[in-house]
Design a protein around this ligand. Structure first.
Ligand code: MG
Length: 202
């Protein structure tokens, strides 16, 4: 399986990192080795001193497709989840400065937290509420209504480049409020008030 990630999909997050608003979705990949095993802690890697959490709504693909039209995109996924796109912000800033690819900052081992999935019929996809708590402090408070590109538009866009396969996961971008993690933090994500994951930082 592969993990397809969308960057800069929420205007307030673009502003907090002083990024340019893109004219098309920003896309990058994580390999399956990036997945943090369930119930395992996240170990801050030695190569970074500025690991950020980014909570994101996840979409799980359940059917092969390429060049999918947005109006048929809903047929290619049936589950919604929540996860974290861990980012080595210091490494990413160096990559950005030099115009280099982001993989070292985004695709390293453990950088993809994939929480529980729920049937998409449980949600109003245009207004899914999701939150991230860092040690019981609410740090990110998102709603998919603020996405620049909606889920079906993202599927149409990314499937022009990548064949989507059953089991692939799309990270749909993070809202404002990203920040640094510290040793012993507990990160807890909720999707419509239901806990979708919990991760300890080591
Ligand atoms: Mg992200």
């Amino acid at each position: 399986m592969k993990i397809i990630c969308i960057g800069r999909n929420y205007a307030k997050h673009i502003a907090e990192l002083a990024n340019e608003r893109p004219t098309h979705p920003v896309v990058f990949l994580k390999p399956d080795s990036a997945i943090l095993a369930k119930k395992m802690p996240f170990f801050i890697p030695a190569f970074s001193s500025d690991i950020h959490y980014e909570v994101e709504v996840l979409v799980k693909i359940h059917k092969v497709g390429k060049h999918i039209d947005a109006k048929f995109a809903h047929k290619y996924y049936d589950e919604i989840g929540l996860g974290i796109d861990f980012t080595a912000r210091d490494v990413q800033s160096q990559c950005k400065e030099k115009g280099l690819p982001w993989e070292k900052a985004k695709a390293f081992d453990g950088s993809a937290v994939i929480g529980d999935f729920y049937p998409k019929s449980n949600f109003d996809l245009d207004s899914i509420k999701f939150q991230l708590y860092q040690n019981d402090t609410l740090v990110q408070d998102g709603n998919t209504e603020a996405m620049l590109w909606k889920i079906d538009e993202l599927i149409a866009y990314v499937s022009q480049f990548f064949t989507l396969k059953k089991g692939d996961v799309i990270f749909t971008g993070t809202p404002a409020g990203v920040g640094r993690v510290s040793t012993n933090d507990i990160l807890r994500g909720t999707l419509e008030e239901k806990e979708a994951f919990q991760v300890k930082i080591k």
